[in-house]
Design a protein around this ligand. Structure first.
Ligand code: DUC
Ligand code: ZN
Ligand code: ZN
Length: 482
């Protein structure tokens, strides 16, 4: 058999097994896996290395304005380069609708932005204005193009679509086989806390943590799940930051809900004390939901380990520590006027590998599930997320032993800080291939701007029996089809 590339002598890790062997690649796909493969125009020695599916980053804000109108620092070129240095072979950022904007216009805007990517990409649609035309015409057109997930917000006045809006979106999603992602925080609880803090003049970055109570997340997660059950639609809860929220998700998954959730490295690695760093330094750590405490970290790790979370995603939301980003509203801006988010697309997998696998909290196979294979399955990237003949040759080769300190330079993004600065991490993604083409190798970028392709996604393959509310069951509701 002829191969363009053979990766040899590596330890091959998939979501459910690990074995020694070689991988043969032709025309961008894996075409053979065997104990030993000869030939290949290019041979990559993976001796002493782990060969894994390239990461799929399922939560990143790239070339996207914040809800307050601040453009993030990373475009599809720098964002994809940073993702690749961090062990990812593809990513799914958001394409965000502004109120009044058509979904067709949103997609055209992000198609132009996405054309710069070095990695394969898709988008989750953020829907902020679910008008009749959006629900009946525009979203179905987006599905037809292979955009099979969207995100809605339960918070932020400019984004929150209300419970009725959510039910409408969930219903469209159910009809087409899409997944609805939700940012779950109770908007009124946050606004009420903001008003109380403002009345006392408490506006330093640390008060951000207090302004968005754990109860606000827990209440909204509970409500989002109830809404999804009424619509009998699958739901994906993004960036879970609380032990209580994770426990609700766990309980509902165990009782059969078609429910998925993620947490992020920042909730595992950082705490609200980081928001209390001197001066305005805490602004670097403002993200929503906010950082919590050490007990929460331990509880969230427990849920990573036990399978409550399908993914650990970065929620890369890069706002620089200057007037273009965090301080767009002034160097001493009160916390509600500081852009929400922090970078992390390059650090996500090195962090998860080191703190997860190397520290014995998760297995190598779980690492693959959390970094790639679950996102591929839930978000319909059917040719990615596992090492198998026929799949795209999206592969990350990891040196599992080298230890280094996190630096800004190693992130290869457009940011001027990393919240993980100085952390000592073991394990380095040394080589990343996307569709067989080398993107990074031993610290060097090998890819050309724009070589990534848009990936049309399939409807999600979903676990679980779903939920029929009594009141929607004709056998229990006087025979009504509602
Ligand atoms: N939600 C996100 O998912 N990312 C950044 C800010 C936010 O509110
Ligand atoms: Zn969010
Ligand atoms: Zn986000």
């Amino acid at each position: 058999m002829q191969f363009d590339t053979v990766i040899h002598d590596g330890t091959l890790v998939n979501a459910s097994e690990t074995a020694r062997g070689d991988i043969g690649i032709r025309d961008g796909r894996i075409v053979a896996m065997a104990e030993r493969l000869s030939g290949g125009d290019q041979r990559i020695d993976a001796g002493g290395r782990l060969v894994m599916p390239g990461g799929i980053e399922g939560h990143a804000h790239i070339a996207q304005e914040s809800s307050g109108g601040v453009m993030g620092a990373d475009d599809y070129y720098s964002g994809s380069v940073s993702a690749a240095f961090g062990g990812n072979a593809s990513f799914i950022p958001f394409a965000a609708q502004r109120r009044g904007q058509s979904i067709d216009d949103v997609i055209a805007t992000y198609d132009a932005r996405g054309a710069r990517s070095v990695l394969d990409y898709s988008y989750h649609l953020i829907v902020s204005d679910p008008t009749r035309e959006v629900l009946e015409d525009q979203l179905p057109r987006a599905f037809a193009r292979g955009i099979t997930s969207f995100k809605v917000f339960m918070t932020y006045d400019l984004m929150n679509i209300g419970d009725g809006g959510m039910l409408d979106i969930l219903t469209v999603a159910r009809t087409h086989g899409a997944v609805t992602m939700v940012h779950a925080e109770n908007n009124d609880m946050v606004k009420w806390m903001n008003a109380r803090l403002a009345a006392k003049g408490l506006t330093a970055p640390k008060y951000h943590a207090i302004s968005r109570p754990e109860l606000a997340e827990e209440e909204a997660i509970n409500r989002a799940i109830a809404l999804a059950k009424l619509a009998d639609a699958p739901l994906f809860i993004v960036h879970v930051s609380t032990a209580g929220g994770a426990a609700i998700v766990q309980r509902e998954i165990l009782s059969g809900a078609r429910l998925y959730a993620e947490t992020c490295p920042q909730y595992l690695a950082l705490t609200r004390d980081d928001l209390d760093r001197p001066g305005m330094e805490g602004a670097k750590f403002i993200c929503s939901p906010p950082l919590r405490d050490a007990a929460t970290q331990a509880a969230l790790w427990g849920h990573v380990r036990s399978g409550t979370f399908s993914s650990v995603s970065s929620d890369h939301a890069p706002y620089r520590f200057d007037e273009s980003g965090k301080f767009r509203n002034g160097a001493e801006a009160p916390y509600p006027q500081i852009a929400n988010g922090m970078p992390g697309i390059g650090a996500r997998l090195p962090y998860l590998f080191s703190e997860g696998v190397v520290k014995g909290r998760i297995s190598l196979e779980q690492f693959v599930q959390l970094s790639a294979s679950n996102a591929a399955r839930i978000f319909g990237m059917t040719s990615k997320g596992s090492l198998m003949p026929g799949m795209d040759a999206d592969i990350a080769i990891w040196d599992p032993e080298t230890t280094r300190r996190v630096t800004l330079g190693d992130q290869h993004d457009n940011m001027d800080y990393t919240p993980f600065e100085g952390m000592e991490l073991t394990g380095v993604p040394e080589t990343v291939l996307n569709r067989g083409s080398m993107i990074v190798h031993k610290g060097r970028l090998m890819a050309q701007e724009g070589q990534g392709r848009f990936v049309p996604r399939a409807p999600a393959k979903l676990d679980g029996p779903g939920h029929t509310a009594k009141e929607r069951d004709p056998a229990q509701n006087f025979g009504t089809d509602i």
